[in-house]
Design a protein around this ligand. Structure first.
Ligand SMILES: [Zn+2]
Length: 226
């Protein structure tokens, strides 16, 4: 089984689909100047829909994207997402671009008790070591095909894989590259990722997990209509 923990496009893999399984306000949606009224309206929607979601995300911090609000406002918004995830006892999926030290600062000030997924992880060795002090999982995507990155220093039980917003790259390609970099077979990697995926969502890795997986596929059914 190929598991794609952060996907925007429906495929044959077992997926967590942004907007179907998760909800948040993405930092790119926070256009500058900050429109408090628009934000409040969107936030009400996020809070309502969060009752039906498996995770809060993707939300986060981005120091590279143009024409979005300043980093302090982004931090305020991310703080709200952490609080919401705490209230709902949900894990959180984070977008972070050139902002791992900002994120670490926030976690140091107020540790988050649920699991955190750093999607399309692109941090360095030092950041990996610091982030490992928290319940962080590292998800690798398309960049892995060009760059070995830090995948080999991630503890194997904190690793996940994704396609993200890519349409030209399949999750099978990402698994194949990751297996090569980690020097393990694809079936072995699939077993590891499945266990990590279930742990991330607080599911046990036994017979009972089949319901979680079955329900996930049922949730995606309506997407086939589009
Ligand atoms: Zn992202």
């Amino acid at each position: 089984m190929f598991i794609d923990v952060h996907a925007y496009h429906l495929s044959a893999a077992l997926q967590i689909l942004v907007g179907i399984d998760t909800i948040a306000i993405h930092p790119w949606e926070l256009k500058s100047p900050f429109d408090q009224l628009a934000f409040d309206n969107n936030w009400i929607d996020v809070c309502k829909k969060s009752y039906h979601m498996l995770a809060i995300g993707e939300c986060g911090l981005d120091r590279a994207h143009e024409n979005i609000v300043d980093i302090d406002t982004q931090k305020e918004v991310l703080k709200k997402h952490f609080e919401l995830a705490n209230e709902r006892s949900l894990p959180i999926i984070i977008h972070s671009v050139r902002a791992y030290s900002d994120l670490l600062g926030m976690l140091k000030r107020k540790p988050f008790k649920n699991n955190i997924l750093l999607h399309a992880f692109g941090g360095n060795d030092y950041e990996v070591q610091e982030l490992l002090k928290y319940p962080v999982y590292f998800s690798y995507g398309a960049r892995l095909l060009k760059n070995p990155l830090t995948i080999s220093i991630i503890p194997i039980d904190r690793l996940l894989l994704e396609t993200g917003d890519q349409t030209e790259i399949s999750i099978e390609q990402i698994y194949s590259k990751a297996a090569e970099l980690l020097n393990i077979s694809i079936p072995e990697l699939q077993k590891i990722i499945k266990k990590n995926f279930l742990t991330f969502f607080n599911q046990s890795n036994d017979e009972s997990s089949s319901d979680f997986i079955k329900n996930l596929n049922i949730r995606h059914k309506p997407r086939e209509l589009f």
